[in-house]
Design a binder for this molecule. Structure first.
Ligand code: NI
Length: 151
């Protein structure tokens, strides 16, 4: 395992669309492990998407303090409601802003064994899922911010 460098705003890779993973092979498993390690070494990090470490694959790791969730090819298949949240991003250090996100989401993805699963989430986990899936399409939270706030 190894820490990977987190790309920051201005790096054009953050604006590119990631490709779907066709096979959950050793390379993808290593990427997941490295991303989890990189996330855990970042204070206040709740999620990380592969383009943030320079890999244009649809791979996300999330850890909101209850263990790592690995998501391969995640898709938001259902949303409910809308509310204002405050977000930041490991790729945009020191910036936080208000934006609208769904209150609840359902996400379909593959796990590290290549098995499909459905995740229903609300609150901070729903917010994080939306934020990370946006990264896979080159979308950053600053694109949606209505107002910046002090950290
Ligand atoms: Ni982010």
């Amino acid at each position: 395992m190894a820490l990977r460098n987190i790309r920051t705003l201005g790096d054009e890779i953050l604006r590119k669309k990631s490709r779907a993973v066709e096979k959950v092979d050793d390379k993808v498993l290593l990427l997941l492990k490295d991303m989890a390690e990189t996330l855990h070494s970042s204070p206040n990090g709740a999620g990380l998407a592969a383009p943030q470490v320079g890999i244009l694959k649809r791979v996300v790791v999330i850890d909101m303090g209850q263990g790592v969730i690995n998501l391969i090819n995640p898709e938001i298949v259902e949303t409910q409601g809308s509310h204002e949240v405050i977000e930041g991003c490991l790729s945009i250090p020191g910036k936080f802003g208000k934006l609208l996100r769904p209150e609840k989401v359902k996400v379909r993805a593959l796990n590290e064994r290549g098995e499909e699963f459905l995740l229903s989430a609300e609150g901070d986990l729903a917010k994080c899922l939306c934020h990370e899936v946006d990264h896979l399409d080159g979308i950053l939270f600053i694109d949606k911010v209505t107002e910046y706030v002090e950290p």
